[in-house]
Write a protein that binds this ligand. Sequence first.
Ligand code: TXA
Ligand code: MG
Length: 313
Amino acid sequence: MINVITASKIIKDGGVVIFPTETVYGIGANCFDEDAVRKIFDIKGRPNDNPLICHISSFEMLPDLVDEEFFKTYKNKIEKLCNAFWPGPLSLVVKKSAKVPDVVTANLDTVAIRMPNHHLALELIKRAGVPISAPSANISGRPSTTREIDVLSEFKGKVPNILVDDSLINKSTYVGIESTVLDITKEPTVLRQGAVSASQISNVLGTNVLSKAESEKPMSPGQKYKHYSPNAKVILILTDDVQSEFIKQVSKYGAHQYFLTIDEGEHKEKAKTLYADFRDADRQGKTKIIVILKESKDPFFLPLLDRITRASK
Ligand code: TXA
Ligand code: MG
C-alpha cells in the first residue's frame, strides 16, 4: 500500500499504480509513456486491440489529448458534456491528438477520456502532471474490482503499488460499475452503458443519442471480449415479479447456490455491489450465481443488464 505522493512519483517514473475511482478501481500509467502503458496490458493479459481510457484531473489536460481541429469543431458539445458530467462516470470518445501513443488507443484515431469523481484519483493525476491511461483493475475477462480486498486478491504479488482509500475499507466504490462510454465523433452513441444514461446525455446535448443496440458497428472494441466473468456460472433471470421468481429458482437450483435479487428501487444500490457479489460467490466456492433482475425503467437497469448478460456468456 502506498500514499498518493509515492503513487504519483511511480507514475512519473514509468511505473504502474492501482488506484480507486468512483466507478471501479483502475490500473494506470503515464498516458504518454508507451513502455509504461504496455506494462498494463502485460499485467492484465489484455488483448492489445482493446483501447484504454485516459483519466484527467483538469480541463487544461484536454488539448494534449484531442485533435486540434476536432476540438475546435466540437468545442460546444464537449463543453456541455464536461460541465454536466465531469468529474464523473462518463468517458468521451473523441478524435485523438498525435501526442497520444497508438498503444493507448489500439491504433484507433480516437481516444476515450474521462475525469473521475474521486479525490485520490484526481490528486494522483494532478501530482503526476500527466493524464493516466487506465483500464479497470482486474485480470482481463474477470469482473472489475470495487473493493480493496478484491484488488489484493486479484493482484497479490503482481502489483505492489496499490493506492487505497481508507474511507472505503470493506466498502465498494461509489458507483460500482464502469463509466458510460459515449462516442461523439459521429452521431452521439453510447458504446457502453453506465451511470450516466443516454437520456441524460440527450437532455444536455439537445439531440438524439443512440445506444449501442440501435447503432451500427463499430462498437467499443472491448465489448467483443469475454467480460465481467466470475468462476461461478452466472444465470440471469429477467422478470416482472422478483419474489415469486426467487421462490421458483430456489426450488430449481437449491438454496445452497448464490442468489442475487434486484427488485424495483434497488438497481442503483445493487449495481454498486454487483462485482463484490460475484467475487464473494467465488470466495464461498459457489458454482452458480443466479441473478433475478426486475425489468425496469430505472437508469441502472440497462447497465446491469449489459454487465450480467455478458458475465453469463
Ligand atoms: O469506469 C471506468 O471506465 C473504469 C475506470 C477505471 O475509469 N475504466 C474502465 O476501463 O472500465 P476498461 O478499459 O475496462 O474499459 C474501457 C472501455 C472498453 O470497452 C474499451 O473498448 C472502450 O472503453 N474504449 C476505450 N477507448 C475507446 C475508443 N477510442 N473507442 C471506442 N471505445 C473505446
Ligand atoms: Mg474492464
